[in-house]
Design a protein around this ligand. Structure first.
Ligand code: PLP
Length: 429
């Protein structure tokens, strides 16, 4: 498409966009009575207007039924997670049995590693992306130490080549092959939080399996953003948070995926009563027998309130047609933002902004990570003063994420306009 850097063009795109109506279903933060242009959905998604009502429904159930709420009401808590599973599965390309909402992300990463990181003999290493989100680094370090290994030896990080910002799939695969006999687990992010690079999850999984390793993904920045096919790509396990691209609110509930092929194996797990066979859970018998599927990884009883918030948001994804229509819009929206940033450089007459996120839409989701050559933090603060809210990553990166459910082309045109004005002022150009 030939993009244009003007308001009329942006508005015409919005008029042609069948998903633009969803914007009205979200609450935007304000300052001085004016809505922010919100480009921070990669960090915390906006609140769906319906969230209050859905949450209130469960507060009412609690008020009206108290303990009977586990079995009474329209959505008894005992089975409430199943309502969510139905809506989570199509978002990540899984069957209902393969997914389950529970706990929080890093906690689930630990729990799944208890099952899926099984070092034995000379096969004990984990291969991961260099510069992964710190929580994942700490989780892996501590898991490795817990099993009696030295993280410096047992964790292999794959870094970009000298002078490059993102990873080449061929380099990831080469490192997997090179260390093949020693690798117990391949654990990557779906999309790297810093660069916005969407890894070739299918090829990484194939390479991991070829050397006999288990392959898992942290989908914090991928779930609800890009169309992943966890089942078809034969990924062993995955987990994600729901508060970024899936708008479930701060600290929202996490989701896990366990591939069906593992349902019959006797994988160890840190068990709790809620993972016990559902129809016999209340017999309270000795000896843990897991419920089939991802549900068998549950530990504690259903966290109804955070699930209600996730449910509210998942219903919006359902009415938008889940991920494919959103992805189609997202590709164009992100490309438009890229065009706008490049226009700002042109208008400034200097290469002030350099996008480190891959150019190919197949290698990225809704986020652009932009290195500001000079005075990045001042410019970022200037954007906020101009009602544009992205996020800042030290030392010099501005991340902007246009979200197809609630961002418009007009948002991006106005962002470019604000960025140009602020840059001129801060850089005295
Ligand atoms: C956001 C994010 C987290 C956050 O983990 P929590 O346990 O939800 O605090 C972890 N890992 C990655 C890759 C993330 O992007």
């Amino acid at each position: 498409m030939n993009f244009e850097n003007n308001l009329a063009f942006a508005k015409a795109q919005d008029d042609n966009d069948s998903l633009s109506k969803f914007r009205d279903q979200f609450l935007f933060p304000k300052s001085n009575g004016k809505d922010f242009i919100y480009l921070c959905g990669n960090s915390l998604g906006l609140q769906p207007k319906v969230a209050q009502e859905v949450l209130k429904g469960q507060l009412d159930n609690w008020a009206n039924y108290a303990v009977e709420g586990w079995f009474e009401g329209k959505e008894p808590w005992m089975f409430y997670h199943k309502e969510l599973k139905k809506l989570m599965a199509p978002l990540v390309g899984a069957s209902e049995a393969e997914v389950c909402p529970m706990n929080t992300l890093t906690v689930n990463l630990h729990l799944l590693m208890i099952s899926f990181y099984q070092p034995k003999g000379s096969r004990y290493k984990i291969i991961m992306e260099g510069g992964a989100f710190p929580s994942d680094q700490y989780a892996l370090e501590s898991q490795v130490r817990f099993r009696g290994y030295d993280p410096k030896d047992a964790i292999i990080e794959v870094f970009p080549r000298e002078g490059e910002e993102t990873l080449r799939t061929e380099d990831i695969i080469a490192q997997i092959k090179e260390n093949g006999d020693e690798i117990a687990l391949v654990l990557f992010g779906g999309i790297n939080y810093y660069t916005g690079q969407w890894f070739d999850m299918k090829s990484i999984t194939e390479a991991g399996h070829e050397v006999g390793a288990i392959v898992g993904f942290d989908l914090a920045h991928a779930a609800g953003n890009v169309p992943v096919k966890l089942h078809d790509w034969d990924i062993d396990f995955a987990c994600w948070c729901s508060y970024k691209y899936q708008n479930s609110g701060p600290g929202g509930i996490s989701g896990i995926f366990v591939h069906e092929k593992h349902f019959k194996s006797d994988l160890n797990r840190f068990a709790g009563w809620w993972g016990y066979q559902e129809n016999k859970r209340f017999k309270m018998e000795k000896g843990f027998i897991p419920e089939a599927g991802a549900d068998g990884w549950q530990i504690s009883c259903t966290q109804v309130m955070p699930m209600a918030l996730y449910h509210a948001s998942l219903q919006i994804f359902e009415s938008a047609g889940f991920i494919e229509p959103l992805r189609n819009k997202s590709i164009t929206l992100t490309s438009y933002l890229e065009f706008i940033i490049n226009q700002v450089n042109k208008d400034l007459g200097v290469e002030q902004y350099r996008i480190i996120t891959p150019e190919n839409p197949a290698d990225r989701g809704a986020q652009l990570s932009i290195i500001a050559k000079e005075k990045g933090k001042e410019i970022f603060d200037g954007l906020i003063a101009n009602h544009v809210l992205g996020d800042w990553r030290e030392p010099d990166v501005i991340r902007l994420s246009p979200i197809p459910l609630y961002n418009s082309y007009e948002d991006l045109y106005l962002t470019g306009k604000a960025l140009l004005e602020v840059s001129k002022k801060v850089l005295a150009l």
